[in-house]
Design a protein around this ligand. Sequence first.
Ligand code: CA
Length: 522
Amino acid sequence: MQQALTGLKYLALAMAIAASWAGKAPSSEVPPNIIFIMTDDHAQQAISSYGSTLIQTPNIDRLAREGALFENSFVTNSICAPSRAVLLTGKYSHLNGVRDNRDTFDGSQATLPKLLRQAGYHTAIVGKWHLKTEPTGFDYWNVLIGQGQYYNPRMIEMGDTVQYEGYTTTVTTDLALEALQNRPEGKPFCLLYQHKAPHRNFMPEPQYFSAWEDKEIPLPPTFYDDYEGRPAAAEADMRIADMYMGFDMKLLPEDYEGYPEGTGGNAGFDVSGSWKNTLEGLTPEQRAAWDKHYGEVRREFREKQPRGRALTEWKFQRYIKDYLRSVLSVDAQIGRILSYLDKAGLAENTIVVYTSDQGFYLGEHGWYDKRFMYEESLRTPLLIRYPESIPAGSRISAMALNLDLAPTLLDFAGAPVPEDMQGRSLKPWLEGGKARRWRQSIYYHYYEYPHGWHLVRPHYGIRTERYKLIHFYNDPAYWELYDLGQDPKELNNLYGKPGYSKLTRKLKKQLQGLQKQYQDSI
Ligand code: CA
């Protein structure tokens, strides 16, 4: 038979066999199920397996203990909607079309759920979506409207608006469990389970109101950063000192008469209307629990009347505690999902990913929020458990990007990874090996300015293991250079200082190489 084939036909047949092996899991293997957990604005500094000194997150830590933790995992554009579009497409913002939160996602492009569906998966998403257009590529979807609310969320289920009662982190988990129970037999599933929390305005669940209540949380060492040598950092409106007194601090107008409301990052935001609507959206039971806890906070504020640094530090305590309390709910709810997988006998053959759409500032540089290419917001948590092929307790130091998640999951699913996806599969690292010719640097590009929030000037840059070079390219353009080995907190901009010209030239050349590789230009 083989002899009867011409050389060309034989080659074609061999390629077809190779392609079928590359494109499909061997028939004896069942493709893994996938649960992709993404939270919103969850910093590595608030996860105990990442060494947090602030909080214990036992359920997320379980994924680290039973799977792999990426020690150097980064995003390509540190803001919500753009990061979600990168996850879905495996492409940078300039190619997937979502550069900032104002852009609308083009749902006709190839995405992770569509490709998994083509490979025979049942696909579903519950919770935060935030891409404006209706989700595509899902057999089932039920998503928060826009940013979503912390309590009693309105959601869109397959095109219909539904009003739920309860705490959104719990509601989202209930919906995730329902989606798992309703999955069809005989098909692998992929569930995107995506939380609103711990996004601003950090509204905890009553059962965690008392956590850290009698404890002072220490200020981060860079809290009183003076931003010397970093004009973009000085210009940004994201200081805890300027957080809103109502919306963020949960005071009522009569509590802070004579105080400024706070600039809060957006001069056009209807802060008092938004806070009033939020409070009015609570049920009487929820409102009673809120009034009890925040009544104490308000009373304390009126008594102390803090001003100057005392006010800033009071704001920090309020902010960080409400943020961490919101994380406690997320961690507890993830525990429910992991228990379900155990009980249903699904834990072995299900890949569980935990990540956030980006990192966050927990007081470092005096800030909340994200956006900058500095470490706290460039980094994002990434933990992946898959007992069948990922050794328990792996810690992977290779530089991973959110760009890699779609190719990685397609690779595990045995589905082809499209040529034009720009990320790379992390599977070789996860299986205890090394990926050939892995990246030695990462490329970053942030855009949202001056519209939107927080006035962070657009910038792109390169980060190697040791150095970071950032170009703030709006007029007046300037550069920043950091030696992360000497200055991990990025306080000392070395750009233009004596002794760094050779290094700067080298990094600029590498940066241009990355822009060419990823087809980015400004
Ligand atoms: Ca976010």
